[in-house]
Design a protein around this ligand. Structure first.
Ligand SMILES: [Fe+2]
Ligand SMILES: [Fe+2]
Length: 341
């Protein structure tokens, strides 16, 4: 054979296709680029909230929407926010209930407004207060209700696209038989979790956990007396009370504070991140593009995108965030890089 480039007969590729084979050298190049979208996205509360209010008038548990949820739709699919995470906003009106079910998809809920609403996890009723984080681990029964006179609104975070990609998404609605069953004590009682400065991780145990704002925020403020993290400002991690590890095996949750005028350094890492602005205003730079944000906006950072955050306001800015990074760490796929200025 002649050295250098050889001419491959096009019939060779046709014959490969017929044999259900594909040529590695033809398909591999685009896959090596990572395949993640490079642009961030933002959903502004002044657009989201009116749509949620309209949904409140049009649909509900008795009108074809068992759960009144608006998904922050990403570039790839209207059902996902990033290729690995789904973020959405949910509203339960006074007197409504979202019936119980369970699934292998894990969920976290960050409460935006509620007074007398609850989430029930594994038969335990957890009251929802603004700023609380409530964790529904994989395969735990959960439902919601609102016995107050005000709508309850919260941010949902799920590992749904990741679980679906692994082909392990199972779902079970609650049934009368299950309700009647004498349920043996699962030992999965709700625990109160706490936060800590960033640190090492360990293995995981599965039971419902609530992280009250009244305990998390003072710890964040306490940390604000220190130097903070060069890439995230003052940041605490919601740690699992049994293991001291991440919030869930697949999802890590964080609360961070940027002091007035604070500007972080730029880095990138594997794992997408969904940010929700709890208070204040500022901007983030994602792959060179500036995204301005204010209270109650939600924005998505794709995996392996350069990013930095700035507080451009005169008061503290607080961001809640969640990421699939714990799953990546377990699989040995977590990687980060700092930008040299
Ligand atoms: Fe659910
Ligand atoms: Fe980061």
């Amino acid at each position: 054979m002649q050295k250098g480039k050889t001419q491959v007969d096009s019939s060779f590729y046709q014959d490969l296709e017929e044999a259900s084979l594909s040529a590695f050298w033809k398909v591999i190049a685009p896959l090596q680029k990572g395949g993640s979208p490079r642009r961030g996205r933002i959903w502004r509360w002044d657009q989201v909230h009116p749509m949620l209010e309209r949904a409140g008038k049009l649909v509900g548990p008795d009108q074809g929407a068992e759960r009144r949820v608006l998904i922050f739709a990403g570039a790839e699919s209207s059902a996902t926010t990033t290729p690995t995470l789904t973020a959405s906003v949910q509203m339960v009106l006074p007197g409504e209930t979202a019936p119980s079910h369970r699934h292998t998809i894990s969920a976290i809920r960050f409460v935006l407004s509620a007074k007398g609403a609850f989430t029930e996890v594994e038969g335990e009723r957890i009251p929802m207060e603004p700023g609380d984080l409530i964790v529904t681990p994989a395969w735990s029964w959960h439902g919601h209700g609102n016995e107050s006179r005000e709508p309850a609104v919260w941010l949902d975070g799920l590992d749904a696209p990741l679980v679906r990609a692994l082909k392990v998404a199972f779902f079970e609605p609650d049934s009368e038989e299950h309700q009647k069953q004498e349920i043996p004590d699962s030992g999965r009682h709700t625990a109160t979790g706490s936060v800590r400065a960033l640190g090492a991780h360990s293995s995981q145990a599965a039971f419902p956990v609530v992280y009250p704002w009244s305990e998390v925020y003072p710890e964040l403020q306490h940390q604000a007396a220190g130097a903070g993290d060069p890439y995230d400002g003052v940041i605490v991690e919601y740690v699992h009370p049994a293991t001291g590890g991440p919030t869930l095996p697949t999802l890590g949750c964080y609360l961070q504070l940027l002091r007035p005028g604070e500007k972080t350094r730029t880095h990138r890492h594997t794992g997408s991140v969904i940010y929700h602005v709890v208070r204040g205003s500022g901007y983030s730079t994602l792959e060179g593009e500036r995204i301005d944000w204010q209270k109650r906006d939600t924005f998505a950072l794709p995996s392996w995108v350069w990013h930095a955050h700035s507080n451009s306001g005169s008061e503290e800015a607080i961001l809640f965030s969640f990421t699939e990074a714990p799953a990546l760490r377990t699989l040995g796929l977590y990687r980060q890089e700092e930008k040299s200025d």
